[in-house]
Each structure stands twice: as structure tokens, then as C-alpha cells.
Design a protein around this ligand. Structure first.
Ligand code: NAI
Ligand code: MG
Length: 361
């Protein structure tokens, strides 16, 4: 049979983004190769886009004017990381990653916190306790709505005033919460923890709490709790076995997911999916980490976060068995002690790619 093909737009962008996207592509192509003579062959057709900070320095723009138009018919976007010291971070982030997330209404950002064999967690508890949870991040509004301004009030030099507002809509809250509850129903531990700072932020986050209570009533089989973000950060460290699905606003979930990946052993391990659940636009898969300028270009980047994101992409394509194979290859690789420096090993990015591909064979 002719292979089922998936068209993927690759945007490696900056720093280690380039290394880990190349890694993910190599591993996915090796996976497709193994399907060649199977009953259900599949293949990936890649197109790579050169956008990022170097592109900005050359052209004055992070992505082409017609970039979204060119991306919109792909089956998915596979993204590296954006940001480099030569361009202000808010310019690079808004010019590329947030532009794609917002215009393609990728309102659900799924960030599993997954503990791998052979990788030491800074949590002693992880040695003898089964830990596994998912951060579900509201990815379209909240604190990253981009609402506000500078030079307000005309107070002049030294007296500048800036406002950064957070936007919460009932529709936005409800859809991310239903997503979180539906996800919880697929898990062994059917529980959703909602995170806010509604004691201090009395408008948007109280709306969030109210919607959470209303939506929870439709899921009587799912346990719930509401926890303030400061307490939740403590809970991540002290009682993580109590977590299953953690749903939070854009900023809070961004912070909590970095904490989660550090607890699992390294930022370099964490995978993420930016989903447009209605599938009106392509979804985007990327590691949680940034461009890591401190280690970029040295073959030290951990590719596991990017490869785990590729597994999330396979699930999105309706290939759960292939996703499981990829995740098994990741576990076999870390269990065998083939680890990059960030997780205490001496392996290079290349070594890990090779081990992953061998494990697939
Ligand atoms: P970062 O995630 O790039 O790095 C934080 C620490 O984690 C560094 O010590 C780095 O070496 C390490 N690290 C990150 N990825 C790794 C990997 N794959 N393997 C091994 N170690 C890894 O965060 P940082 O330093 O705050 O930001 C650097 C740049 O990345 C900035 O320009 C920032 O705006 C951008 N950024 C972009 C993101 C994205 O595109 N989604 C997310 C976060 C930051
Ligand atoms: Mg982050």
C-alpha cells in the first residue's frame, strides 16, 4: 500500500532548537522507515522554515509576512526554540512562537511531567513512588494576552508607568477546563487540580474558579481540588504523588511546567503539544525548553524533550502505537544510561539519537 503521509513544517529557529529538531526529524524518519513493509506504512514529508533570530537580523522580521498562510495547511508544526541574545526576548517570542500559537488558536498546551528510568530526580521521593502528571496550560489568553501599554500617564522620564493586563473569558476558561477533565478521564488517577491566585487577583481568577466549579459538576466521576499557585509549587515538591491533571492559566502553567520538568530531572526532557483541538489549524509540537545559548552548538543538547514532543505529534496524527514505540525507545535509552550532561551523563546529542534509532529497530 502507498504510505500514509504527514506533511510537517519544521521550524528549528534558534540555538539548541536547531540541534533538537534535527534529532527529532532523524528519529521520526527512522520510525517511518520501520513501517515500510508493514500493513500500515507511513511517511513524513518535511518542509523547513528558516525563521528565528538570525532571520530577524537579516530581514527585520521573525517570520515572513505570509508565514501563517504558508503554514496553515500542514498537518503539524514541529518547533525548536526561539530566542537569542542579539534580539530582545519579547520581540523574538511574540514575533514567532506566540504569533503562531495565537493565530492558529492553539489554546491547549499539554505538558506531561514524566519520570524516566535511569534519570535521577532531585526528589528523593521519586526513587520509590510512582510519579506522573500532566500540566494543561491555557494557551490563548490569561497573562499572555498581550494587553497593556507603556508610557502611560505621560509622567515623563523616570516616572514611566506600564500596564500588563490579563484577559480571562468564560469561553476560554471553560474550554481548557473541559479539555483537562476529558484528559483526566483517560488516566488511571481521575483528578483535576485547578491553579489560580484568586485570593489576590480578584476578577479574572475568580471567574476561573467559578467556571471550574460549574464544569466540575458535569464530571462527577473526576476528583477535583483548587489550589493557589504558591501552594501548588510547594505541592509539586512535597506531595507530587497526589497530582494527575493540573490545569492553570498561561503564566502559572508556564512556571509550574518548568518546575515539573526540573523535578523529573532536566528541562531538556520535557515535551509539549500546543493543540488546536478543533483541528481548524495545525497544532504545534515543541520541547518545553528554550534555545539554551549557554550550550548551543556544542552537541550537548538533550534531544529527549524534542523527541517526546514528536511522540505527542504521533498521537495527534492518530498513531498511538507508534507514539508508544517512540516513548519505549526513549525509556530504553535512558535506562541504558545513555544520558547527556544535563542529566549527569557524558553522551552527546548524536549518541542519544543513535541509541534511540537503534532502540526502534
Ligand atoms: P532555556 O530553557 O533555554 O535554558 C535554561 C537552562 O536549561 C540552561 O541552563 C540550559 O542549558 C538548560 N537546557 C535547556 N534546554 C536544554 C537541553 N535540550 N539540553 C540540555 N540542557 C538544556 O531557558 P533560558 O536560558 O531562560 O532562555 C534562553 C532563550 O530561550 C531566551 O531567549 C528565551 O526567551 C528563550 N525561550 C524560548 C522558549 C520557546 O521557544 N518555547 C521557551 C523558553 C525560553
Ligand atoms: Mg517556559
Amino acid at each position: 500500500a502507498a504510505p500514509r503521509t504527514f506533511r510537517i513544517a519544521a521550524i528549528p529557529a534558534d540555538g539548541v532548537g536547531k540541534e533538537v529538531v534535527a534529532a527529532g526529524r532523524a528519529v521520526l524518519d527512522a520510525l517511518a522507515e520501520t513501517s515500510k513493509n508493514s500493513a500500515a506504512p507511513f511517511a513524513f514529508v518535511w518542509e523547513e522554515f528558516p525563521w528565528g533570530c538570525e532571520y530577524y537580523e537579516r530581514t527585520g522580521t521573525m517570520m515572513d509576512e505570509d508565514g501563517l498562510e504558508r503554514l496553515k495547511d500542514f498537518d503539524a508544526i514541529y518547533f525548536g526554540a526561539v530566542g537569542w541574545p542579539t534580539v530582545p526576548d519579547h520581540v523574538s517570542l511574540w514575533g514567532l512562537r506566540l504569533r503562531i500559537c495565537q493565530n492558529f488558536d492553539q489554546w491547549a498546551n499539554v505538558r506531561p511531567v514524566h519520570f524516566l528510568p535511569g534519570v535521577q530526580s532531585p526528589l528523593r521521593k521519586a526513587d520509590d513512588t510512582e510519579l506522573d502528571w500532566v500540566v494543561v496550560r491555557e494557551n490563548s489568553e490569561g497573562e499572555y494576552a498581550g494587553l497593556g501599554g507603556r508610557n502611560l500617564g505621560g509622567r515623563g522620564p523616570g516616572g514611566e508607568v506600564a500596564v500588563q493586563s490579563a484577559l480571562f473569558t468564560e469561553v476560554g476558561c471553560e474550554r481548557i477546563m473541559r479539555f483537562a477533565f476529558d484528559l483526566a478521564r483517560t488516566r488511571a488517577h481521575k483528578k483535576v487540580s485547578s491553579v489560580t491566585k484568586s485570593n489576590a487577583q480578584q476578577y479574572g481568577m475568580v471567574l476561573w474558579d467559578d467556571v471550574f466549579k460549574r464544569v466540575a459538576a458535569d464530571y462527577p466521576d473526576v476528583e477535583t481540588e483548587s489550589v493557589l499557585v504558591d501552594a501548588m509549587s510547594a505541592k509539586f515538591v512535597l506531595k507530587p504523588e497526589d497530582l494527575s491533571v493540573v490545569v492553570a492559566s498561561n503564566l502559572n502553567a508556564d512556571i509550574l511546567s518548568d518546575l515539573g520538568s526540573a523535578l523529573a530531572g532536566s528541562l531538556g526532557l520535557a515535551a509539549s503539544a500546543n493543540l488546536n483541538p478543533e483541528r481548524r489549524f495545525p497544532s504545534m509540537f515543541e520541547p518545553v525548553h528554550g534555545s539554551a545559548p549557554d550550550i548551543a552548538g556544542q552537541g550537548l543538547a538533550n534531544p529527549i524533550g524534542a523527541v517526546g514532543s514528536a511522540a505527542l505529534m504521533l498521537e495527534h496524527f492518530g498513531l498511538p502505537d507508534q507514539a508508544a514505540r517512540l516513548n519505549k525507545a526513549i525509556e530504553a535509552t535512558t535506562a541504558a544510561g545513555i544520558l547527556t550532561r544535563d542529566v549527569g551523563g557524558t553522551a552527546t546529542t548524536e549518541d542519544v539519537i543513535k541509541a534511540l534509532i537503534d532502540a526502534l529497530a
